[in-house]
Structures are given as structure tokens and as C-alpha cells.
Design a protein around this ligand. Structure first.
Ligand SMILES: [Zn+2]
Length: 487
């Protein structure tokens, strides 16, 4: 494995998060943006391995929930995109178009998928012939294309990785139940598996996904106080099934349109959150579940102890590999201190230090990446000690993320207070508002204009009771919403 710190890493994350992020993604060899098209990023092996793990975590959950994988074409003809007016309006400014094939102008332009509703429903109209074809639950893991103006690796790209599910049901209640399951899956993977503390929202009506009736989102707060929406799910109702004619005849012979949902775990954005939320001034910290290397072994030797130490280090590696751990043995000629820094920068969760003394006594020194806590462990119980340390690390990262999120929620009673809080520690402002329905649109817009924040929505599944007055219009408040600046 090539280990090259491409830039010196010496940036204080708390002092300048943006500089830290922009340095660590290169220093840890995650990406190279020198490819000569803006917003199209080359992913190096270290990030590619993590991204594959992230895909597989979500794919496993989706398949457990009855979704099956498919792979759709990257191009969507213009006539499909034109079919749903809200969707078209939302995505038109971001579309890339293929207009030529060789020297010929194409008779009809083809868009690179910005998301694939209009590709899937074209086919669902053929595949759904009767109620026996329902429910239909497919997903694809792919990259999508959007003409973004400002780009930043893992947060905003012209090409980025995500998963999209597209479902069709006979009944509205089934579609609603799917949306609820999507939210459970998001929480299980992101919070349970990856230790990212989430805020789950029902988005206000003026800010739903183009073509959706309702949008539900999972937000993570980044260290600079701005939020990163990392997975959203949408109740599409019959917005797509009607124009695409995804329909069936019920028992009485009446034509019925399906109810549809789609769920989009943003694999790229989950990566951004992992980097940003868990990383520290020494670099990245990956939890064992996604770390490309879970344990690195650093042998410490002089010329005369070299053979014995290396032989012992191999024994330790084999003991862990036998239990399924991903292990690297760094026997390069660099100094131990240099190796510690380099592997810490890359976020390997655990390190074994093995010197002559350890080899002789049959021990290893186990060091955690998050706390730098050192434990001397007999080789015989090493796999168990590594399992325990890995679990403790994951728990510690989750705890830190939770505490960080909690500290970034501020109750605000006026628009000025929102602006002040967002200028200060950022995060979420909890405010009372008259409505998140269409009648509250003007209030939502006013808050957004005056604070540069966005109304993220009502807390999902919490049923918080509003009190007092709407911060925007002063009328009695009926809903509690959260406002934040976003990526
Ligand atoms: Zn109001």
C-alpha cells in the first residue's frame, strides 16, 4: 500500500475548519482534484475503499427491507424529464446534456441523470401491469451529475456518488410506511453504525424535493456549524405515476395509479461527515466498520532485533487476520514516529506497537486512535482486545458527535437572535413559527433572507409543541422548526 503524505498536515481543526478539511482530504490521500474538469474528482484507493464500505452498509439494510438492485442507463431523454413539471423546474438549471453522437446532432437531447425518477418510472409503467406486480422496490448504487457552480470534494460535485431507491405501492399508507422505514434505516446506519449524530426533519412545504409531496431529511452538523444533509427520503404521492402512467386495475376493474417513494442516501456526503465530524488535529478517524485498515502494526527494531521482531509482528498479524480483521504491517524503513503520524493521518482506528521487549514477553502494545490510550495485551488474547478497543472507539466517537450536536442547538425567540446564533456557534436554532404549510411560506422566506439560514423543518417523529409567537409574523405559533446554514 502506497503511503504518501502529499502535504504537510499541521492544521488546527477548531481554528479553521475549512482549511483543515481542504488539507486533510489531500494529505490523507483521499482524492486528487487535478483531473482537468472542474467538479469531477479522482478518488484514490483509500477513499474508494471507504466509499465501497459505505455503499455496502446501506445496500445490506435496503436488501433486508426487500429492495433489489438494478442498474439503469446514465442518460435520460428530455421527454422523460419534461413529464413532471416540478421535477423539471427543480432540476433544469443543473442538467448536463448530451447533444451529439459522433458528428451527428442527436434528434433528441439526452440528460446525464441528476437522479433517476424519470428513468425508473418510464420502466415501471411497463413493469406494473397488475396488483401482483406490487410493491416494486428497486435501488441502484451509482453516480449522478449536476451542473454545480461551487464544488468541494464529498460535499458538492458535478459528479457524485449516491444510492437511489424507487418504489411503487398500491396504497398510500404502504408508501408512507416505506418512508418511515427509510428513516429508520438512515438512523441505524448513520448513527448506530457510523456514530454520526443526526437531526431528522420533515422539511417545510416550500422546500420539498422537486416533484415530492413531502421530504424527510437527515442532517449532520459539521464542525463549522453548517449542516450537511446526508440522506433524504420523499413521499412522491402520485406526482410521477400519473404522467408516466404507472397504473394497474384493481379487483373491480378500476384503473389505479401507484404511490411512489424514493430514498437517497448521499454516499459522498456521508463520507464528508465522517471526515469532518470524527477527524481531529492529527487527521482522520475511521470507525472499524468502514476503515480500510482496522489495525496497523508498527514494528520497532534495531538491526540485531529486526528478524525476531518482524517474525513476531507477522504472528500478531496472522492472529488478527484469522479473525477477519483488515491489518497492515508497516515494515518500511521509515522511523516509528513517522509511521505513527502517517497512519493516524489516514484514520486507522488501532495501532499495535511491537518492539523487542514485547516480542520477548509475548505481548503487544495496543493504541487507540481516538484517545491515544495504550494497553499492553498478551498476544494470546489480542483479537478479543482489538474487538473491545474497536467497540470502545466507535462508542467514544458517537458520544463526541452527540455532545457536539447538543451543544449546537440554540433556542431563539427572534430573527435577530437566529442571525446572531448562526454567526456565532452555528448549528441549529430552535424557533416557533406559525406554519410549515403553504401559509407559512412568507415567514419561512423572511427568516431565510434575514439570517442566511434555511428552515430545516420540524423534528421528525417528535411532535414538539410550539408556544408563543411566530418569530417572523408575530401571530400565534403552531409549529417548532429548526433553522441552520447549510452546505
Ligand atoms: Zn408566521
Amino acid at each position: 500500500m502506497a503511503l504518501m503524505a502529499q502535504r504537510e498536515f499541521n492544521v488546527d481543526k477548531n481554528a479553521s475548519f475549512s482549511e483543515w478539511y481542504n488539507t486533510v482530504i489531500y494529505a490523507a490521500d483521499l482524492v486528487d482534484v487535478r483531473y482537468n474538469v472542474q467538479g469531477f474528482v479522482v478518488h484514490k484507493p483509500w477513499s474508494t475503499r471507504v466509499l465501497r464500505k459505505l455503499y455496502s452498509l446501506f445496500e445490506a439494510e435496503l436488501e433486508k427491507d426487500g429492495h433489489e438492485p438494478v442498474s439503469f442507463p446514465v442518460v435520460i431523454p428530455k421527454e422523460n424529464i419534461d413529464k413532471e413539471a416540478g421535477h423539471l423546474e427543480g432540476f433544469a438549471p443543473e442538467l448536463f446534456w448530451v447533444t451529439k453522437g459522433g458528428n451527428n446532432e442527436l434528434a433528441r437531447p439526452l440528460a446525464l441523470r441528476p437522479t433517476s425518477e424519470t428513468a425508473f418510472y418510464q420502466m415501471y409503467s411497463l413493469w406494473v401491469q397488475g396488483i401482483g406486480d406490487l410493491p416494486l422496490k428497486y435501488y441502484q448504487s451509482c453516480s449522478v451529475y449536476r451542473y454545480e457552480h461551487e464544488t468541494l470534494p464529498f460535499l458538492r460535485g458535478r459528479e457524485f456518488m449516491f444510492i437511489e431507491t424507487h418504489t411503487a405501492f398500491a396504497e398510500r399508507a404502504e408508501a408512507a410506511a416505506q418512508v418511515a422505514k427509510d428513516m429508520v434505516i438512515a438512523r441505524r446506519v448513520l448513527e448506530g453504525g457510523l456514530g454520526l449524530a443526526l437531526m431528522q426533519f420533515v422539511r417545510p412545504h416550500w422546500d420539498t424535493f422537486p416533484g415530492a409531496e413531502n421530504t424527510y431529511a437527515n442532517d449532520v452538523v459539521m464542525p463549522d456549524g453548517k449542516v450537511n444533509q446526508i440522506a433524504s427520503t420523499h413521499m412522491l404521492g402520485q406526482h410521477f405515476s400519473k404522467p408516466f402512467d404507472v397504473s394497474f386495475e384493481d379487483a373491480s376493474g378500476e384503473k389505479k395509479y401507484t404511490f411512489n417513494t424514493c430514498f437517497g442516501p448521499g454516499i459522498w456526503r456521508v463520507m464528508a461527515a465522517l471526515i469532518a465530524v470524527h477527524g481531529d488535529n492529527k487527521g482522520l478517524i475511521f470507525t472499524p466498520v468502514v476503515a480500510p485498515v482496522q489495525v496497523v502494526i508498527v514494528p520497532i527494531f534495531k538491526a540485531e532485533t529486526r528478524d525476531a521482531v518482524l517474525a513476531y509482528a507477522v504472528k500478531a498479524r496472522l492472529a488478527l487476520e484469522k479473525k477477519g480483521y483488515r491489518v497492515a504491517l508497516d515494515d518500511s524503513d521509515k522511523s516509528p514516529g513517522f509511521k505513527y503520524n502517517e497512519w493516524e493521518l489516514k484514520g486507522v482506528p488501532m495501532r499495535l506497537e511491537i518492539g523487542g521487549r514485547e516480542a520477548e514477553a509475548g505481548n503487544v502494545t495496543l493504541v487507540r486512535r481516538d484517545t491515544h490510550e495504550k494497553t499492553v495485551v498478551p498476544l494470546a488474547v489480542l483479537p478479543r482486545a482489538v474487538a473491545r478497543a474497536g467497540k470502545a472507539l466507535a462508542k467514544e466517537l458517537a458520544k463526541r458527535s452527540k455532545a457536539e450536536l447538543k451543544a449546537r442547538i440554540t433556542k431563539c425567540k427572534s430573527i435577530d437572535a437566529i442571525g446572531k446564533a448562526l454567526d456565532g456557534k452555528g448549528g441549529f436554532c430552535r424557533v416557533n413559527i406559525c406554519s410549515t404549510g403553504s401559509e407559512g411560506t412568507a415567514c419561512g422566506k423572511l427568516i431565510q433572507e434575514r439570517t442566511a439560514g434555511k428552515v430545516r423543518g420540524m423534528l421528525y417523529g417528535a411532535d414538539e409543541k410550539a408556544s408563543g409567537k411566530c418569530v417572523a409574523c408575530g401571530k400565534p405559533a403552531n409549529e417548532v422548526v429548526y433553522v441552520a446554514r447549510q452546505y
